[in-house]
Write a protein that binds this ligand. Structure first.
Ligand SMILES: *[C@@H]1O[C@H](CO)[C@@H](O)[C@H](O)[C@H]1NC(C)=O
Ligand SMILES: *[C@@H]1O[C@H](CO)[C@@H](O)[C@H](O)[C@H]1NC(C)=O
Ligand SMILES: *[C@@H]1O[C@H](CO)[C@@H](O)[C@H](O)[C@H]1NC(C)=O
Ligand SMILES: *[C@@H]1O[C@H](CO)[C@@H](O)[C@H](O)[C@H]1NC(C)=O
Ligand SMILES: *[C@@H]1O[C@H](CO)[C@@H](O)[C@H](O)[C@H]1NC(C)=O
Ligand SMILES: *[C@@H]1O[C@H](CO)[C@@H](O)[C@H](O)[C@H]1NC(C)=O
Ligand SMILES: *[C@@H]1O[C@H](CO)[C@@H](O)[C@H](O)[C@H]1NC(C)=O
Ligand SMILES: *[C@@H]1O[C@H](CO)[C@@H](O)[C@H](O)[C@H]1NC(C)=O
Length: 378
């Protein structure tokens, strides 16, 4: 359905009318490529549309609210000559990607950038965190009128021994929640609606010692928050106090490994909501290449409380450093899964009732560093 029109406007019309081709962008660990891939939701195929050379590896990539910009980590992979920083790209379209700037951030922290997310609400500031030794900082980056990263306007400290691996906004962007993997904690900061700067509100210890919160996501009604616990291979549910915005653990956890397996052999990865927020996806990774990862889906009630864990399926590989799951933004049916042990992206299809899922498309992207995370552009 692509390219039948003589103009870009006609082509986009054809795409939206038929809704067949969806574009995704994929980052890497260590290699300097950014991939554009296309998923045909009728033929169930994945194809490489562009391989864009970039100056820094984006081990985590995030789109701006209007998809005009892409922000990425400048992943240092333990290479101390690479300073903590975030890269900013302009997307004319998904195959015309221009690097604008790479901005140093983190203040006194010297560890590599590990995660970045853009506020969907004004002033659309960008939030970055760091991982490794001397990583207990976060950075707030401003953007210019074109959405290009401007400057690290705030470098704030969690604790000197902490290292946050993932952050998420409350639905109104009043709060930023941070999963502190090294510090085994969950942090709440308030966000200034004018500047985007953050202020400490609360920090709480994870449910168990060594649980190690890695990523966090918030239900759109703001009542529940979910944390993937990397160390204990679990998904934990928190309820959010509606007056203070502070989450508390609601004693609900689900396993991301089979009974009898040892959490020490895994490092759980991701937790993310489906398009309608009726389902929650979560993944685990095998620490060893021979230990398969897991993918799991939960059904949520209208408030966001977890009703059931529907399945726990082994993934086809360990996932490497990835096994990052990104549900599609247009239907509950599809989610993208990335692997860096051999290098591929897969599309998983969820059954209508959420009871099971299957791989329906697979694309190898073998460059020695792919694939970190994927974002759906369309
Ligand atoms: C570290 O990064 C610098 C700058 O990109 C590069 O020149 C150097 O080769 C890297 N070192 C290692 C060991 O990868
Ligand atoms: C993307 O933008 C470039 C430059 O503006 C243009 O040459 C190319 O045709 C565009 N691609 C699509 C798929 O619209
Ligand atoms: C934050 O840290 C970066 C260096 O990592 C520095 O360039 C920037 O000026 C700092 N921002 C502020 C507001 O101090
Ligand atoms: C960075 O270190 C300097 C010197 O120790 C200190 O004055 C400053 O407050 C620190 N900055 C942050 C953001 O922690
Ligand atoms: C919370 O922050 C305080 C003040 O920085 C710190 O002493 C404490 O260790 C932190 N607790 C957790 C669980 O991170
Ligand atoms: C969670 O369990 C603890 C210890 O058993 C108990 O004190 C607390 O009330 C429980 N909280 C909830 C929300 O059920
Ligand atoms: C669920 O799907 C997997 C393939 O992803 C398949 O192997 C398995 O048999 C299915 N389970 C059920 C209960 O249908
Ligand atoms: C993308 O391009 C880079 C640079 O030319 C190359 O090294 C890499 O192998 C390419 N990736 C794929 C999947 O072909």
């Amino acid at each position: 359905m692509r390219g039948i029109g003589g103009s870009i406007a006609l082509t986009s019309l054809a795409i939206s009318a038929n809704a067949l081709i969806h574009e995704l962008l994929v980052g890497t660990f260590g290699t300097k490529s950014l991939y554009t891939i296309e998923f045909d939701d009728e033929a169930l195929t994945l194809e490489l549309a562009a391989n864009t050379s970039v100056p820094v590896s984006g081990s985590w990539i995030a789109l701006s609210h209007d998809k005009a910009n892409l922000y990425t980590t400048a992943y240092g992979q333990g290479n101390s000559t690479i300073s903590p920083a975030f890269a900013s790209y302009t997307l004319s379209n998904t195959t015309e990607i221009t690097h604008d700037v790479t901005i140093p951030a983190g203040g006194n922290c010297t560890a590599t950038s590990i995660f970045v997310v853009a506020d969907p609400n004004p002033p659309h500031a960008v939030y970055g965190v760091f991982f490794g030794d001397n990583a207990g900082c976060g950075a707030v980056l401003s953007v210019d009128e074109d959405g290009v990263l401007n400057a690290a306007i705030q470098n704030y400290t969690y604790t000197s021994s902490g290292a946050v691996h993932g952050t998420a906004f409350s639905p109104d962007s009043k709060f930023l929640y941070s999963a502190d993997d090294r510090g085994n904690a969950l942090w709440t900061h308030s966000i200034d609606a004018t500047t985007g700067e953050v202020a400490f509100v609360a920090n709480i210890t994870a449910p168990t010692s060594g649980a190690d919160p890695r990523h966090v996501t918030v239900h759109p009604n703001g009542k529940f928050l979910y944390v993937v616990l990397e160390g204990s291979s679990q998904v934990a549910q928190y309820s959010i106090d509606q007056s203070t915005g502070i989450p508390s653990f609601s004693n609900v956890t689900y396993p991301l490994l089979s009974s009898g397996e040892d959490a020490a052999d895994f490092w759980a990865d991701e937790v993310a909501l489906s398009f309608s927020s009726k389902f929650l996806w979560a993944t685990n990774r095998g620490r060893d290449a021979s230990t398969l990862g897991y993918i799991s889906v939960f059904t949520l009630d209208a408030d966001g409380a977890i009703l059931s864990q529907n399945f726990l399926l082994a993934t086809t590989t360990s996932g490497g450093a990835a096994n990052a799951v990104t549900p599609s933004p247009f239907t509950d049916r599809f989610a993208a899964l990335t692997d860096s042990s051999t290098g591929f992206v897969e599309i998983w299809e969820l059954a209508d009732d959420g009871s099971n899922a299957t791989v329906v498309a697979h694309l190898d992207l073998v460059d020695g560093g792919c694939c970190a995370n994927a974002v759906w552009y369309s």
